[in-house]
Design a protein around this ligand. Structure first.
Ligand code: G3H
Ligand code: 13P
Ligand code: ZN
Length: 309
C-alpha cells in the first residue's frame, strides 16, 4: 500500500455514515501510537501535519516516518497539510509528496478566500493531490494565531455552493461551534447541527470536515491536574456529538489536543511515580501506549471507521 488521497476514503465514509480520523503528528512516538492502533482495528487514516509540526520535526523526517508506518502497517494512509495559510506552503507540501493539503483562507474575505483556494486547487489537482478549504471561522489557537470567540463566525450555508463550485475544492471545513485547543465551551457543549444540516442539503454527497473535534478526555485532564498541572475548566466535544456529525455529512474529524493531553498526562504521571528516571524511552513508551489506546477508542467507538481500511 502506498500513500493515498482521501477521495475514496471520503466516498466510502459518506455512504457508510462514518468518519475518517485525521490525527496531527509531530514525532515518531505519535505516528507509531496512531498507526499501531489503526492497524489493530484495520482503519484508514489521515495523518496531518501543521506548519508548526513541519518546523519542529522537518518535512523529510515526517514523510519518512509516515512511509515507515505504511510499510509496517500496510494501511491506506493520506498525508495532509493542516491549516496551510499560503499558496507557497501548500505548493511546498505538494512538491514534497503530501497527498492532500488544506488551504485555510477563512481569515480572508469571501472573494479572497475563493481566489486563494482556486489557485491551490489548480496546482494540486494537476499533481493528483486533493484540497480542503475552510468557510467560516473557528475560535481557538492555531500556531501563533489566537482567534477570539468574538472573531469566530459560523459558516453561512448560503455561501457554500458558490464557494465549492467556483474553487473546485474537494472537501470543506465548516464552523458550527467547535474550536481548537482544550477550552472549547465555557458552559454546556453546543454545536449548530442545524447549520450542518443546511449545508448538507446545499451540497449533497460532499465531504465536510470538522476541526476542533477533541473531546478533551477527562481521564487525561485529571491526570495532568493530579500530577502538578493546572487545567481548570478544560472541556471538549462530547463523543455523542461527534458520532452524530459522522452520521451526517462530516467525513473527516480532526484531533490533536486529545493526543497532546494523553501524552502529557502520561509523562507527568510517570515522573511523579519515577522521579529519578531519565531515560526518554522509559517515559515515552507509556506515552506512546496511551496514544494508541486513545486512538483505538476513537476509531472503534466514536468515528466508526474500524474495519474500513
Ligand atoms: O489546528 C491546530 C492543530 O492543533 C495544530 O496545532 O499548529 O500548534 O501544530 P499546531
Ligand atoms: P483539537 O484542538 O480539538 O484537537 O482540533 C485539532 C484540529 O482541528 C487540527 O486542525
Ligand atoms: Zn484545525
Amino acid at each position: 500500500m502506498a500513500l493515498v488521497t482521501s477521495k475514496e476514503m471520503f466516498e466510502k465514509a459518506y455512504a457508510g455514515g462514518y468518519a475518517i480520523g485525521a490525527f496531527n503528528v509531530n514525532n515518531m512516538e505519535i505516528i507509531q501510537g496512531i498507526t499501531e492502533a489503526a492497524k489493530e482495528v484495520n482503519a484508514p487514516l489521515i495523518l496531518q501535519v501543521s506548519a508548526g509540526a513541519r518546523k519542529y520535526a522537518n518535512h523529510t523526517y515526517l514523510m519518512k516516518l509516515i512511509e515507515a508506518a505504511i510499510q509496517e502497517t500496510g494501511l491506506p494512509i493520506c498525508v495532509h497539510l493542516d491549516h496551510g495559510d499560503t499558496f507557497e506552503l501548500c505548493k511546498s507540501c505538494i512538491d514534497g509528496g503530501f497527498t492532500s493539503v488544506m488551504i485555510d483562507g477563512s481569515h480572508h474575505s469571501f472573494e479572497e478566500n475563493i481566489a486563494l483556494t482556486k489557485k491551490v486547487v489548480e496546482y494540486a489537482h494537476d499533481k493528483g493531490v486533493v484540497v480542503e478549504a475552510e468557510l467560516g471561522r473557528l475560535a481557538g489557537i492555531e500556531d501563533a494565531v489566537n482567534v477570539s470567540a468574538e472573531d469566530a463566525a459560523f459558516t453561512r450555508p448560503e455561501e457554500v455552493e458558490e464557494f465549492v463550485s467556483r474553487t473546485g475544492v474537494d472537501s470543506l471545513a465548516i464552523a458550527i461551534g467547535t474550536s481548537h485547543g482544550a477550552y472549547k465551551f465555557k458552559t454546556e457543549p453546543k454545536l449548530r447541527f442545524d447549520i450542518l444540516e443546511e449545508i448538507q442539503k446545499k451540497l449533497p454527497n460532499f465531504p465536510i470536515v470538522l476541526h476542533g473535534a477533541s473531546s478533551v478526555i477527562p481521564e487525561y485532564v485529571d491526570m495532568i491536574n493530579k500530577f502538578g498541572g493546572e487545567m481548570p475548566g478544560a472541556m471538549g466535544v462530547p463523543a455523542e456529538m461527534l458520532r452524530k456529525a459522522a452520521s451526517m455529512a462530516v467525513c473527516k474529524i480532526n484531533i490533536d489536543s486529545d493526543l497532546r493531553l494523553a501524552m502529557t498526562g502520561t509523562v507527568r504521571k510517570y515522573f511523579a511515580e519515577n522521579p529519578s528516571h531519565f531515560d526518554p524511552r522509559q517515559y515515552l513508551s507509556p506515552a506512546r501506549a496511551a496514544i494508541k489506546e486513545l486512538v483505538k477508542d476513537k476509531l472503534v467507538n466514536v468515528l466508526g471507521c474500524s474495519g474500513k481500511a
